[in-house]
Design a protein around this ligand. Structure first.
Ligand code: PAF
Length: 283
């Protein structure tokens, strides 16, 4: 496995591989890899000749009060895990390399980025769309892999790739969970024992929604209220949002007809956790 820190070197190497007719699968990450990331790398390994994993903690997608500085970083650990899962290349650029002095260009997806997480994280998706566009330009992947855990991010990136005629496929892979249902996330390591024991309530509330829908309930207010009640039974939990929306445009639904995204963000102590479930469709 090769590690490239310089953009030009990574770009040059991948370009030559593509000229030999090799397909490129790409897994963009912010590092501190967990099973969720590794499932994407393994999937990329199955379907592509060359597997590129980027590790870049992107300052442009963190708000001023968010955890950019504290975000976990451990290249040695990531290297070992990425290699064991089948990566050929780790692209590990510097902040200076990605955003040199005088940098002024951003990519903005409208409307769908203002909903759900976009409400409490203004500017977040602009940072994501910008870095993902830059990484796509550098790596030139045939297929890029994202996790459904960040469902809104996946929807935004698909929209952006379509709207900007980017010549690649976006694959969205299932959420990987801990045995008690907590969705895997690099940030889970910050949960205290108490927070960790409360955290599966997000998944429990999604399962409650699933049961209600299965029993015929289509009224999204009823489903949201029952989810709310369950989450509020945990003392340390504060709901940021519970949303039941159209899977394509993320507008809130009154009733579930065919497809829907049920998504939520909840603060457990100091940590903000997200989770989701898709009904009747896929991203
Ligand atoms: O999902 C993430 O880890 C990040 O948002 C991404 C897609 C790597 C962009 O920085």
């Amino acid at each position: 496995m090769r590690i490239f820190k310089e953009i030009k070197e990574a770009q040059g190497y991948i370009k030559k591989e593509k000229e030999k007719g090799r397909s490129v699968g790409f897994v963009p990450t912010m590092g501190y890899l967990h099973e969720g990331h590794l499932s994407l790398i393994r999937e990329a390994r199955k379907r592509n000749d060359l597997v590129v994993v980027s590790i870049f903690v992107n300052p442009a997608q963190f708000g001023p009060k968010e955890d950019y500085k504290r975000y976990p970083r451990d290249l040695k650990r990531d290297e070992r895990l990425a290699r064991a899962s089948g990566a050929d290349i780790i692209f590990y650029p510097s902040v200076r390399g990605i955003y040199p002095d005088g940098y002024q260009t951003y990519v903005e997806v409208t409307d769908i980025t203002e909903r759900l997480c976009g409400k409490s994280r203004p500017g977040h998706f602009k940072g994501v769309a910008t870095i993902v566009t830059k990484l796509f330009n550098i790596v030139q992947p045939d297929i890029a892999y994202f996790g459904q855990k960040d469902a809104q991010q996946a929807i935004v990136i698909k929209r952006m790739a379509g709207d900007l005629n980017m010549d690649l496929k976006i694959r969205v892979m299932p959420i990987v969970r801990e045995p008690d249902g907590l969705a895997m996330s690099s940030r889970n390591r910050y949960l205290s024992d108490r927070e960790r024991s409360d955290a599966p309530v997000l998944y429990d509330s999604l399962n409650l929604a699933r049961r209600l829908i299965k029993s015929g309930c289509r009224d999204t207010n009823r489903i949201k209220n029952d989810m709310k009640r369950l989450i509020k039974s945990k003392k340390g939990a504060r709901i940021d949002y519970i949303s039941i929306s159209d899977l394509r445009n993320l507008r809130e639904l009154k009733r579930i007809k065919k497809e829907a995204l049920i998504a939520l963000a909840v603060r457990i102590g100091k940590r903000r956790l997200i989770d989701n479930m898709i009904v009747g469709g896929r991203i």
